[in-house]
Write a protein that binds this ligand. Structure first.
Ligand SMILES: Nc1ncnc2c1ncn2[C@@H]1O[C@H](COP(=O)(O)OP(=O)(O)O)[C@@H](O)[C@H]1O
Ligand SMILES: [Mg+2]
Length: 245
């Protein structure tokens, strides 16, 4: 389970995350939605300590992080246990699909090469890309690259996978194949937090929806009630605007 308590983040005088409290149950999927600039990426980056929170606590199962007591060791421990999928895939350009996945196992998990490649093959199969193992990122479509990135995130067997707008950079016709892979991952009961603007997908995949605006959690609810019966005016406006697009 992930729990975040009283998390605050400032960039100089800009108070970007304001007293965030949230729980993600083991094996559940949370969709984090909200307008651009509301702090969604910053929240994900604070959870895996790519950014240093200014104040607050983060619990990743038995790993406890206090913003005031972050050490190299705690950063390492957190990053060994979190998978991250970025908008722009972030694959190594000079490595094949298979090598990109194996790298995570060899470097992060210190798994012997042979074993790492064997496991990577299984992961590629899981995202439907066994026939692309020897392709470099430049020879893959955006959707395929993102599927490799998802396999890579899965490889380290993380406590949580954080997705930051995983389909925003894709051509529209490639969005569905990536969303389908994420849905399959969700079915395996891997804990996930997904930042997305794909509201229909969020409704289908997430157990819980969290609406963030101006660094504040405005509303959270189970997926059905969130969309059918939003309570806050701000949430209603946001959903209206999206439905019109
Ligand atoms: N590295 C940074 N340095 C300074 N300000 C930042 C940085 N990253 C984000 N911000 C600011 O934090 C706020 C929230 O940004 P972000 O988390 O990227 O929002 P979102 O992902 O919801 O669009 C914005 O005002 C943004 O300008
Ligand atoms: Mg963002």
């Amino acid at each position: 389970m992930i729990e975040i308590k009283n998390l605050n983040k400032y960039y100089k005088n800009n108070h970007v995350l304001k007293d965030i409290n949230l729980k993600v149950e083991e094996g559940s999927t949370v969709a984090l939605i909200g307008p651009s600039g509301s702090g969604k990426s910053t929240l994900l980056r604070c959870i895996n300590l790519l950014e240093t929170p200014t104040d607050g606590e983060i619990y990743l199962d038995d790993i406890v992080v206090n913003a005031h007591k972050i050490t190299k060791q705690s950063i390492h421990e957190v990053q060994q246990n979190t998978g991250m999928v970025f908008q722009n895939y972030n694959l190594f350009a000079n490595k094949t699909a298979l090598e990109n996945i194996a790298e995570a196992l060899i470097v992060v998990k210190k798994i012997p090469k042979k074993e790492a490649f064997k496991r990577s093959e299984l992961l590629l199969e899981k995202v439907g890309l066994s026939d692309r193992a020897d392709h470099f990122p430049s020879g893959l479509s955006g959707g395929q690259q993102q599927r490799v990135a998802i396999a890579r995130a899965l490889a380290i067997n993380p406590k949580v996978i954080l997705f930051d707008e995983p389909t925003s950079a894709l051509d529209p016709e490639l969005v569905d194949e990536v969303l389908q892979v994420i849905k399959n991952v969700a079915k395996e009961k891997i804990t996930m937090i997904i930042v997305t603007h794909e509201l229909e997908f969020a409704r289908d995949v997430a157990d819980k929806i969290i609406f963030l605006a101006d660094g504040v959690i405005i509303e959270e609810n189970n997926s059905k009630d969130f969309f059918n019966n939003p309570k806050e005016e701000r949430t209603k406006q946001f959903l209206e605007r999206f439905r019109r697009v």
